[in-house]
Design a protein around this ligand. Structure first.
Ligand SMILES: C[S@@+](CC[C@H](N)C(=O)[O-])C[C@H]1O[C@@H](n2cnc3c(N)ncnc32)[C@H](O)[C@@H]1O
Length: 252
């Protein structure tokens, strides 16, 4: 059943279609996820958004289908897709060799229901590969750390997702009897200030907040980091890194 959180997500993405890939396509997380899928595989993308990953999968010779809650996002791709909830997949049993999800599974309600659906639509031996967000790096000083320090008072938790979907221990609990592996990957998102803001400012936790003051303060704050990086010959880019987890669950 649709929750307040899903209503929030639908409204947010109706207002900002394409927002996730606009901020993240510069990184390599979509490409690395696409590379886990063999050419020719029937692959389902859960929470496909504007279809950026679907396009990469199709270019690799896979046979992708995406599902998403947001019609506005789905309208941006011509790849096969359906407006559906991951908790009630409109596909026959054993229709897919692989399922993937880029920064979406961790936001979804009722992950145990989704795992049952994955078990149903995947062939035996099929895998679910998801990229999960992990926040800023533990140490270091970059735009992500400075953004969190500046924006903290304005951030509003949306209560999205289930904690079990965000950790390795949680995946072991959810995917009982599947083979689980987690790999940490640091996403390099250094770029112009506008590019870095496109990523940081896209946070769900800033929805409805007037971000002009935060953006201005961040621009001033990171200017010294640009100088520092510039001296190291990195063409004046604003340093920004994010932790991601590549989570894999293989159906036995
Ligand atoms: C952060 S965006 C990621 C979009 C896309 N995977 C990407 O990385 O560009 C999360 C997406 O998950 C979708 N979503 C969230 N909960 C969902 C659910 N229960 N079923 C289907 N889609 C869902 C949202 O509508 C949104 O498009």
């Amino acid at each position: 059943m649709t929750s307040d959180r899903e209503t929030f997500l639908r409204r947010f993405h109706a207002a900002h279609p394409g927002i996730t890939s606009a901020g993240l396509a510069r990184g390599d997380s979509y490409r690395r996820l696409a590379e886990r899928v063999p050419a020719g595989a029937r692959v389902l993308d859960l929470g496909c958004g504007d279809g950026h990953l679907l396009e990469l999968l199709a270019a690799r010779g896979c046979r992708p289908v995406g599902i998403d809650l947001s019609l506005a996002e789905l309208a941006r791709t011509t790849q096969p897709r359906a407006c559906a909830r991951a908790q009630a997949l409109p596909f026959a049993d054993a229709s897919f060799d692989v399922c993937v999800s880029h920064l979406a599974f961790m936001l979804m309600d009722e992950p145990a229901v989704i795992v049952r659906e994955l078990l149903r639509v995947l062939v035996p031996g099929g895998g679910f590969h998801a990229v999960l967000g992990g926040g800023p790096t533990a140490t270091g000083d970059d735009a992500f750390h400075r953004f969190l320090a500046l924006a903290a008072p304005a951030l509003r938790s949306r209560g999205l997702g289930d904690p079990r979907a965000k950790s390795e221990a949680g995946w072991h609990a959810l995917f009982d009897g599947w083979d689980i592996t987690f790999e940490r990957h640091e996403l390099e998102l250094a770029g112009s200030f506008d590019e870095v803001w496109q990523y940081l400012g896209a946070s769900y936790e800033l929805a409805g907040v007037d971000t002009a003051a935060i953006r201005g303060a961040l621009a001033a704050s990171v200017s010294e980091l640009v100088d520092r990086e510039g001296r190291e010959g990195r063409e004046g880019r604003v340093p920004c890194r994010a932790v991601t987890w590549f989570a894999n669950a293989i159906r036995r």
